[in-house]
Design a protein around this ligand. Structure first.
Ligand code: NAD
Length: 282
């Protein structure tokens, strides 16, 4: 029995949102393990720069390409480029995702004493922002799966990892679109895992707890002083380890779920959350 990640070497992995904070850390783990890594991101410059740095650091083939996970034709174009350079994908990590201020309520709960200002809560949500957040997280996982999983099914082997969130299990206040979209990721992960069950292609998800990154910084820390907001304090009080996650905390589970060490693990959503989801709050 082999107990390392040697089987990952020279496999081809598509990583969407790979120029983001968590994505970059995932790309570091992949390239360190010798996985040929294709960093797809809307931000072409950032994708190219991460890829260049990692290729220099690890010697592993890595490229950064611009792609929009909501644009089917952009993904098909990338598939052609990757196939020409490295061959068909063995792995897909659906990392692109996020929230938006317009899909975030100002108030956590509706206060019956202040219903004169309905814009603070549910009724102040912007429908278009809600749609964008839902699309980015759900359709942005569906479309790359449609485009890149077919080669895995053809080879009879592959692994897809979706990125969920704590908000998928129980919705977080203020972020209804993000919560609903991440819940749909858990559901879709299970559906696709069952659908591909006999093909050799596995589908799992990672649910990060609270990591201080660009998309949640405005909710968890004060812009002027950098101090924790009441919400940031509440999160830490509900995280048994008492800390926010570090991007590198996702690396171990990522490599494990891609590798043959997890061959019989299919359709699971693994929390990486410092115990947040285990804690009842008392
Ligand atoms: P990030 O904003 O740093 O990275 C997201 C990346 O996705 C960016 O580089 C962005 O350019 C790219 N992107 C956005 N829209 C795109 C599109 N249409 N097509 C292609 N690329 C696009 O975010 P992050 O914190 O690194 O989060 C990565 C994933 O982890 C997301 O799915 C997020 O929802 C999830 N997550 C984050 C946290 C956290 O605490 N940061 C917690 C749970 C889950």
């Amino acid at each position: 029995m082999k107990l390392g990640f040697e089987d990952l070497k020279n496999k081809v992995c598509i990583l969407t949102g790979g120029a983001g904070i968590l994505g970059t850390s995932m790309a570091e783990a992949l390239t360190a393990a010798g996985v040929i890594t294709v960093i797809l991101d809307m931000n072409q410059e950032a994708a190219e720069s991460v890829a260049k740095r990692l290729k220099e650091d690890t010697g592993t083939e890595t490229i950064g390409l611009r792609a929009n996970v909501l644009d089917h034709s952009s993904l098909l174009e990338v598939r052609e480029i990757v196939a020409g350079r490295f061959g068909a994908a063995d792995f897909l990590i659906n990392g692109a995702g996020g929230n938006s201020p317009g899909a975030t309520t100002k108030a956590e709960q509706m206060d019956p004493g202040q219903i004169s200002d309905l814009s603070e809560g549910f009724f102040g949500l912007q429908v278009e922002s809600f749609r964008q957040v839902f699309d980015l997280n759900f359709m942005g996982t569906l479309l790359p799966s449609l485009v890149f999983a077919d080669s895995m099914v053809g080879k009879g082997k592959g692994s897809i990892i979706n990125i969920s969130s704590m908000s998928a299990f129980k919705p977080l206040t203020k972020v209804p679109a993000y919560s609903a979209a991440k819940a749909s990721i858990n559901n879709f992960t299970q559906w696709l895992a069952v659908h591909f069950g006999k093909t050799g292609v596995r589908v799992n998800a990672i649910a990060p707890g609270f990591f201080l990154t660009n998309q949640n910084r405005f909710l968890l820390t004060r812009e002027d002083t950098g101090e924790l907001t009441p919400r940031g304090k509440k999160i830490l009080a509900n995280t048994p380890t008492g800390k926010f996650g570090q991007p590198g905390d996702l690396q171990g589970i990522l490599l494990f779920l891609l590798s043959d060490l997890s061959l019989f693990i299919n359709g699971v959503v693994v929390p990486v959350d410092g115990g947040y989801s285990a804690f009842g709050g008392v």
